[in-house]
Structures are given as structure tokens and as C-alpha cells.
Design a binder for this molecule. Structure first.
Ligand SMILES: [Zn+2]
Length: 253
């Protein structure tokens, strides 16, 4: 067989290699794989009593579970659990999104979301720096984290907590929703909404490549590439901070 498709032993339909169930007839593949000899007698998958899960085709919000499985990859069960909870109106929290934010978005190939979050983070950093310059001008706090930490350690810690904590908590609560929207638009783009469970190798390959995650090397490359504008914006923020100080100095002489 090949890298993307296997043949269902029950109905001979080509199905994605990652699928645990046949999306066409509902046969459970773990039963076949657990059986070392193809002609082995037990357990018989055609016996309905030995195979209680035989509902076909299995879907979630109009998408085949087998399609979702290809897109999400190894974390399929974790994310389907989160998506189902969100479907019931419950809140979910994504720790990866909260702690790693833009890196997590890159790792899961959410390019558009990465751009939005990156721009928002830059704006947040800019506002934060302006706020710090105003505080430092009127209250005499030293500018820059290290000098502030030397004289007012508690204040420095508080500033850093507010700076990091607020966006992290927000992104933690939004993460799973952002990821669902990414998967949904990927499947819709490839005409996978309310479709029959028929698989071709090219479709499985495309969904796998556009969904799932970056490899370690791809991630390192993307990370470094995306850090470049970050360094530039940090330099801009420091320049902006100094400009605010000069402006305030000119107004309130
Ligand atoms: Zn089948």
C-alpha cells in the first residue's frame, strides 16, 4: 500500500491511513490490526456483537471524523474533546496557546491567526511602553526593566505580570476556538463539508500537509524567520518610548 491510503478489509474502500474507523462502512481497524493473520478466526469484525461501534459515516458539525483526524494528527482525541465541549457552550482553556502564543500558532500552521496575534502583541507592547514612559515621567520610576527591578522590584514584577498575564489568559481561552476555525476553513477550502466518505491519495496528502504540525526543523526555521520582525519592533518600541518621554518633557517643562 502507500503512505496515505489503506484499503478497508470490509468494504474495499480506499480510506485514510490514520483512520481508526472506515468512514464508509464503519468497520473498526484496530480489530484487523490486532489480528496477526488475515485469515484468523477471532474476533470476526462482521459479527455485529463484537463490534458495537458501527455507525457510518461518522461526522462532527458536517465534517467527517476521518477528515478531522487527518487534519489534527496525533492530538486528534484531545482536540475533538475540546471542540465537543465548545459545541455544548462550555469554555475550554488551551495551555499551549496561553504559554507559547505565537509559537503555538506557527507550530499548528495557523499563519493568518499568527499574523493577527503578532500584530496585536506588537500593539500591546507599544501601549505598554507608552504607559511606562508616562509613569516614569510623572512618578520618577527608572525606565527599562533592569533599572526598575533594582529600585522597585515589586513594581517591576507587577508590570511584567500584567504585561504577560493578560494576553496569555485571553489567548488561553481563545486558542481552541482559533484552532477550530482554522481546521474548519481548511476543510471547507478543499470541499470537505458534507461530502461522501471517499478518499483519494492526493486529498489525504493535502489535508495532512496543510493541517497537522510543523516538523522540528521547519519549526526552528519558521521561528527564526518570525523573530526578525519581532526584534525590529522591539527596537521601534524603545525608540517610541524615548519619543514619548521627549514629548512629555516638551509639554510639561
Ligand atoms: Zn469499510
Amino acid at each position: 500500500m502507500n503512505d496515505y491510503i489503506k484499503i478497508c478489509p470490509e468494504c474495499n474502500t480506499p480510506v485514510p491511513l490514520s483512520s481508526r474507523f472506515c468512514p464508509q462502512c464503519g468497520a473498526c481497524f484496530s480489530l484487523h490490526q490486532a489480528d496477526p493473520s488475515p485469515l484468523g478466526s477471532a474476533p470476526s469484525p462482521s459479527d455485529p456483537a463484537s463490534d458495537p461501534v458501527r455507525i457510518s459515516p461518522k461526522t462532527f458539525r458536517g465534517f467527517l471524523l476521518s477528515d478531522l483526524e487527518i487534519c489534527i494528527g496525533s492530538q486528534y482525541s484531545v482536540y475533538m474533546d475540546k471542540f465537543s465541549k465548545r459545541r455544548q457552550g462550555k469554555h475550554t482553556f488551551n495551555w499551549c496557546s496561553a504559554i507559547f502564543s505565537t509559537e503555538w500558532l506557527l507550530y499548528r500552521k495557523m499563519w493568518k491567526a499568527w499574523l493577527y496575534v503578532y500584530l496585536l502583541q506588537s500593539l500591546w507592547g507599544l501601549l505598554y511602553n507608552v504607559f511606562l514612559s508616562v509613569l516614569s515621567f510623572f512618578m520618577g520610576f527608572p525606565l527599562g526593566f533592569l533599572s526598575l527591578a533594582e529600585s522597585h522590584l515589586g513594581l517591576a514584577v507587577l508590570f511584567i505580570l500584567v504585561y504577560w498575564l493578560i494576553p496569555s489568559v485571553i489567548l488561553g481561552f481563545l486558542g481552541d476556538g482559533i484552532y477550530w476555525r482554522h481546521i474548519r476553513s481548511l476543510l471547507i477550502r478543499h470541499q470537505c463539508f458534507r461530502r461522501p466518505p471517499v478518499y483519494e491519495e492526493s486529498l489525504v496528502q493535502t489535508l495532512q500537509e496543510e493541517g497537522q504540525t510543523l516538523t522540528v526543523w521547519e519549526f526552528i526555521m519558521m521561528y527564526l524567520l518570525c523573530r526578525l520582525p519581532s526584534w525590529a519592533s522591539s527596537a521601534l518600541m524603545i525608540a517610541g518610548r524615548n519619543m514619548v518621554l521627549k514629548l512629555l518633557g516638551a509639554i510639561f517643562r
